[in-house]
Design a protein around this ligand. Structure first.
Ligand code: FUB
Length: 332
């Protein structure tokens, strides 16, 4: 009996080892979205595809006056298909009025939860059966606001990022100048009532992003433009989602849009940094540098870890061909 099973088990072990086909992706050049302006990219992998949830810089933008969200889908990291508008907070909620900024989207139990900030003070959640929508507001009110008990925020209450941890507990990190965190309930549209303040984030400003790698928690964010330098993407690491976090340093230097906002995701066997720049606007309006602030474009480059788990700084890349072939708005 034993002599029959042991070789079988050995065969299965060898076979399952060999069956892992490494999946690596060639990149198609930056920016990756060139038919319109897009910023604040939250990248998520659901199944075999990567979904990109950016905010949408309007053609006629005079400020950060975004009003809808598109989703982009890719299976190859070269072609990012625009699946159109998935949510319009000012039409699809009764309470959101302005400034639909950086969102995030996660899956739980077959449903997709889209978290979005509006009005510089509200964090809403919309739900769908599909990562490409349609999404709807199940609550009729924001999930969390700048006035919720326990929230500390002396500026804009924006930029939610979600982690569903391996034990099933979900967390939402959010805020500007101070990073707040709530533990979401299993329904993903309510929380346990407590607001935790995350410590150890040097010069924390905005654009928080949480991810996990080899059992460690990485909280990356844009540091503050009010400390004498342009914003960089930096990060801190912890053994627990709520910290304490240890500051580790820079991932991405200042970019041409002024604001710096990113996400970090594994797709196939590789890790990627999504971010935005104003380089496409700089190409389209060479004589008007101010256009770069409100007409941003999403980019992606590879991200590498050191053997000790720290992250190597990313050198942004730019494709002249992508710039030349862009069909984004050039008027005004
Ligand atoms: O896009 C509007 C705001 O600019 C975002 O919420 C910030 O992170 C910054 O990118």
């Amino acid at each position: 009996m034993k002599s029959f099973f042991l070789p079988c088990i050995a065969f299965l072990l060898i076979f399952s080892d060999c069956s892992h086909q490494p999946r690596h992706y060639e990149l198609g050049g930056n920016p990756i979205i060139t038919h319109m302006y897009s910023a604040d990219p939250s990248a998520r992998v659901f199944g075999d595809s990567l979904y990109l949830y950016p905010s949408h810089d309007r053609d006629m933008a005079q400020g950060f006056d975004m009003d809808d969200y598109h989703v982009y889908v890719t299976g190859d990291m070269v072609n990012f298909e625009d699946r159109g508008v998935i949510f319009k907070p000012f039409e699809q909620t009764s309470w959101a009025k302005a400034m639909a900024w950086a969102p995030d989207c996660v899956e739980r139990n077959g449903k997709y939860y889209f978290y979005f900030p509006t009005d510089k003070k509200n964090i809403g959640v919309a739900v769908s059966d599909s990562p490409t929508g349609p999404f709807m507001d199940p609550l009729g009110h924001p999930l969390l606001t700048i006035d919720s008990p326990g929230v500390i925020c002396d500026r804009d209450f924006i930029d939610p990022t979600i982690l569903v941890d391996d034990d099933g507990q979900a967390y939402m990190f959010v805020g500007q100048n101070t990073c707040c965190c709530i533990k979401l309930n299993e329904d993903m549209v309510s929380y346990d009532g407590e607001v935790h303040i995350i410590e150890g984030l040097v010069e924390f400003f905005e654009a928080s992003w949480i991810h996990k790698y080899n059992g460690k928690y990485y909280l990356s964010y844009s540091n503050s433009p009010f400390t004498g330098h342009q914003p960089e993407i930096v990060y801190a690491m912890a053994d627990n989602p709520l910290g304490p976090y240890e500051y580790k340093g820079r991932i991405l230097g200042p970019v041409s849009s002024g604001t710096n906002h990113h996400s970090i995701v594994r797709f196939g066997d590789d890790w990627f940094l999504f971010y935005h720049t104003g380089d496409l606007a700089g190409y389209n309006w060479p004589d008007n540098p101010s256009m770069r602030s409100y007409h941003r474009s999403v980019c992606v480059d590879r991200l590498y870890y050191n053997p000790d788990g720290t992250i190597q700084p990313v050198e942004p890349t730019l494709s002249q061909q992508k710039l030349e072939n862009n069909t984004a708005y050039k008027g005004l």
